[in-house]
Design a protein around this ligand. Structure first.
Ligand code: PNS
Length: 163
């Protein structure tokens, strides 16, 4: 059985994340989507809220589990006996950052945690959680960026409740 972890901040989960989750869930027997519980980061959604959004969005994917972690990814992966990390690559601008994380994880884990990159589907290549938050903060339209139930939650955070 091949298991993989898809780690990230998911603040909030976007349609781009969901696309990676759906595709990775077909490649591996089991996929754990895990939210980084990074207290230092000023997140819009709590870890519990982010986990709950991911659970709702992946409800129809039976081999996908949602979890959270803190500390190093390699330690979390070792505890769960997972040897593959999945990350999405949108554009060349992601590459340097992702390469650094992937190399660090492989080195720190003595080769036990490798990274598989999925190129983001073109329709989501422009998407990021940061831009979703910025657009929503100005009460702009995020309906193309996140599922409808997530858009509602994001707008609520910014005091727009008419969507
Ligand atoms: O969605 P993000 O914020 O781009 O995800 C980044 C993430 C969570 C994959 C990365 O920050 C991470 O794995 N952090 C955990 C700490 C860690 O293991 N750091 C070592 C790699 S540099």
């Amino acid at each position: 059985m091949i298991s993989a972890v898809y780690p990230g901040s998911f603040d909030p989960m976007t349609l781009g994340h969901l696309d990676v989750i759906r595709r990775a869930s077909k490649m591996f027997d089991h996929l754990t989507v895990s939210v980084l519980d990074n207290k230092a980061k000023n997140a819009l959604f709590s870890v519990e809220e982010r986990v709950s959004i991911l659970e709702e969005a992946t409800r129809e994917l039976p081999n996908v589990e949602v979890d959270s972690f803190n500390g190093l990814l390699i330690d979390y992966a070792r505890q769960k006996d997972i040897h593959i990390s999945v990350r999405g690559l949108r554009a060349i601008t992601d590459f340097e950052y992702e390469l650094q994380i992937a190399q660090t994880n492989r080195k720190l884990s003595d080769g036990k945690l490798d990274t598989v990159f999925l190129t983001t589907s073109l329709e989501y290549a422009y998407l990021s959680s940061s831009s979703v938050k910025e657009i929503a903060s100005f009460h702009g339209d995020i309906s193309q960026c996140v599922p409808a139930f997530v858009a509602k939650l994001v707008y609520e955070k910014y005091g727009r409740i008419d969507e």
